[in-house]
Design a protein around this ligand. Structure first.
Ligand code: SF4
Length: 742
């Protein structure tokens, strides 16, 4: 593929400071707040990355307490996702469901989070029992909340209980005050609510960047797919922007607890607030990396101009872009929503990072969008993104190639508090069901869910936000929609199950895995469900052919999920690892691991915490948490081989059109892979051969991966593996495993 050339003269002339204002009613909203509980505490900054305190808040009883972060917690769980899983395990029972009061939402940034010298260090992890999967979900999110929480004195925030009225939890990390406030008249949707609260809790104009708000929107209340917006104040645009903890319905849990928002006010951010053990190494590593980004981004990814949407055209070129519910891998209209367009449409006159010091700055924004539908019709807004997943999920996968509609879908997903990836995949499923007669206008209450019908798509989303009509059914997600359609006798159950792209109850993210066995495993053999942040192996497997054998694929499905887990233990963003690589990376051993960057991470962890680690230790740290999470799933009644099953659409062609769109390749595979002759066979016969071969090799892949991970063939970590990882120190973990070993 030829590299896209940036032409500044084509960038749209949009004033990025202009948008609809929402601050008029602020004083009245503030006056309606009522303090339900207030305590004072001693704020503290971290020492070597840790504050050594967790803040526990029960929003039902209004209990607010501090818990110590123990040495064992740090040794075994590190922080971030690890701390989230540890607290959640202790909070719930095997019988706990997502809407029980004891379910928690835990937010933890990790020990390295908050340094400003290296790119991508402002992340926090959110963990809860998911309403979609009934097992722990973890979501890696940017924005300022996590680091400001830590700089206010806490390595983690544990939220438990259920309030009987809408509340806001305010942590003032400067004055040392924690307050639960009743919030009876606050706005519901994130783009209004976060703007209002940021101005309400900031002491003055200069204080605005020290505030971060976690919120969701109207659709989170009426669906199972709610997400959380984590805000950061954009000084140049003078507005609040968001990053999302999207997957698994954490926003739904948040609203079920009647939390309207979390607000933190932290100290002014400076480079040394983490009090690292070795600031010189951190500074040196950061300077080296920033230079690399400056020199290489323009010729490698153009993340700073296009954000992650730069891969739309790459996926299309390699036949990997999801089109029409993952049926096809490319589309002739994709040029309307690829990076050549976003480069012109997104504002280029400002640097867009979601945390201080991120020179990759991929958090692009499309300003000046005037909305055409819904409750904010006529308002001028800034849209965060679109990111690749949004362009692919809301766009090509649903046949929507009008970029303004795509931006509007993206905007409403965000402000209504629903996951764009999930919404894209479930809408694509609805549209295919409509195409195949499983749904019709009568069953959708009048919505014509044809491919590319963006207005019907938006109306379904508005219904979801109002808790009405077919939108409410769609908001249950693909798994429950499948059950609903089958129960009503609306179509062939096998077809419905084959084309409904979910595993463990979570919708697939936006890559076509049919032609990559390793990616099929990368999606299905995950802890939380099919999200590419565990293992994204499509290019290594299918394009670069670096994983020819089952053992190679199993090794990749051992290493990469563990490597990527580590970002979530420490507060890192994954993107700076391999989206831009050193100029000489290709000549290094194991270039797919980006060895120089792995060493950067080892150095940053060691320099922050003072604990010297190696690149092997990094994998060991992750393996402890990863296996703990697998056992946690088993404890909650999932996490076995049968729960790793994949819908057939992710493994191979379900329909005749799909087969025939790639007939040459599939016929050839019958010869080379199955040793048969396709001549004289009908498409149906050839599809049946493929199904047998593809499901058989997926099963064989499971065997190889489980063995490499130290699990039984039923997917259970063995006692030996637990011992190697030191998890035998937790008798409850051992007990869960013993029940499944026979
Ligand atoms: S690379 Fe993008 S998502 Fe990651 S920290 Fe930087 S701006 Fe945020």
């Amino acid at each position: 593929m030829s590299q896209l050339v940036f032409d500044p003269s084509k960038v749209m002339d949009i004033d990025y400071t202009q948008r609809t204002e929402y601050l008029e009613g602020l004083e009245a909203i503030k006056a309606a707040h009522k303090v339900l509980k207030e305590i004072t505490y001693a704020p503290s900054l971290p020492d070597k990355g840790y504050t050594n305190r967790t803040l526990y808040v029960n929003v039902g009883t209004h209990e607010i307490t501090e818990k110590p972060v123990t040495q064992q917690m740090k040794d075994v769980f590190i922080g971030g996702r690890g701390f989230g899983l540890y607290h959640l395990w202790n909070a719930v029972k095997p019988t706990t469901r997502w809407n029980d009061p004891e379910n928690e939402i835990v937010i933890s940034p990790g020990p390295v989070a908050g340094i400003t010298q290296y790119a991508g260090t402002g992340k926090s992890l959110v963990v809860s029992l998911s309403p979609q999967t009934d097992i722990p979900i973890d979501s890696n999110v940017g924005g300022f909340y996590g680091p400001l929480l830590k700089f206010s004195g806490f390595d983690a925030l544990e939220l438990q209980g259920k309030s009987d009225k809408d509340i806001i939890l305010f942590i003032d990390g400067v004055k040392g005050i924690i307050r639960i406030e009743e919030a009876p008249t606050d706005p519901v949707d994130s783009h209004v609510l976060a703007e209002v609260l940021t101005h309400m809790y900031a002491e003055n104009e200069k204080d605005l960047p020290n505030i971060s708000v976690v919120s969701t929107g109207a659709a989170a209340e009426h669906s199972l797919i709610g997400m959380l917006n984590f805000s950061f104040y954009d000084r140049r645009r003078k507005c609040v922007r968001f990053k999302q903890a999207g997957r698994g319905g954490i926003g739904t849990v948040f609203r079920d607890k009647r939390i309207r928002a979390l607000v933190v006010r932290g100290p002014k951010v400076a480079g040394d607030l983490n009090h690292p053990a070795d600031p010189e190494t951190i500074a040196k590593t950061g300077i080296k990396y920033h230079k690399e980004i400056r020199e290489n981004d323009g010729t490698q990814c153009m993340m700073r101009r296009n954000g992650t949407a730069h891969i739309v055209e790459i996926m299309d070129a390699y036949d990997l872009l999801p089109v029409h519910n993952f049926q096809f891998g490319s589309h002739p209209d994709v040029h309307k929503i690829d990076s050549s367009y976003w480069q012109q449409r997104c504002t280029q006159h400002t640097v867009d990072g979601c945390w201080y010091g991120c020179s990759m700055a991929c958090a692009k924004g499309a300003d000046g969008l005037v909305l055409r539908t819904g409750p904010y019709k006529g308002h001028m807004v800034t849209v965060d993104g679109p990111e690749y997943e949004n362009a692919a999920g809301l766009g090509s996968n649903c046949g929507v190639f009008d970029p303004d509609y795509l931006l509007e879908l993206n905007f409403y997903c965000d402000t209504y508090g629903i996951c764009t990836i999930t919404y894209g995949t479930l809408t694509a499923f609805v549209m295919e069901c409509y195409q195949r007669g499983i749904l019709n206008k009568e069953r959708t209450g009048g919505l014509e869910m044809t491919w590319g019908n963006a207005e019907a798509d938006l109306e379904m989303m508005h219904q979801m936000a109002r808790g009405e009509g077919f939108g409410k059914i769609a908001g249950l997600g693909v798994k429950k929609m499948k059950e609903h359609f089958i129960k009503n006798g609306w179509g062939d159950p096998q077809l419905i199950n084959d084309i409904g792209m979910e595993n463990k109850g979570l919708e697939y993210s936006q890559y076509m895995s049919k032609e990559s066995l390793a990616q099929q495993g990368g999606y299905a053999l995950t802890n939380k469900g099919p999200q590419h942040d565990e293992a994204w192996l499509i290019f290594m497997d299918m394009v670069n052919k670096q994983l020819p054998t089952f053992e190679d694929k199993a090794e990749a499905l051992y290493y990469f999920p563990l490597f990527r887990t580590w970002f979530g233990l420490n507060g890192f963003c994954k993107l700076p690892w391999n989206d831009v690589v050193p100029a000489d990376n290709a000549s290094q051993p194991e270039p797919h691991k980006v060895p120089e960057h792995v060493q950067n991470y080892v150095d940053l962890f060691s320099a922050t915490t003072g604990i010297k680690i190696t690149k092997e230790d990094l994998i060991l740290q992750s393996a402890k948490v990863y296996n703990f999470q697998r056992v946690f799933n088993i404890r909650m009644g999932k996490g076995l081989r049968l729960h790793d099953a994949a819908p057939y659409r992710s493994l191979g062609p379900v329909t005749k059109e799909e087969y025939e769109s790639r007939a040459e390749r599939y016929d050839q595979q019958i010869v080379t892979e199955m040793g048969l002759d396709p001549a004289g066979k009908t498409t149906e016969e050839k599809m049946a051969l493929h199904r047998e071969w593809r499901t058989g090799r997926f099963s064989k892949l499971m065997d190889s991966v489980y063995t490499r991970r130290g699990w039984t063939l039923d997917g259970v970590p063995t006692l030996e593996r637990l011992k190697e990882l030191g998890l035998d120190a937790f008798p409850e973990v051992v007990d869960v495993v013993k029940q499944h070993l026979s």
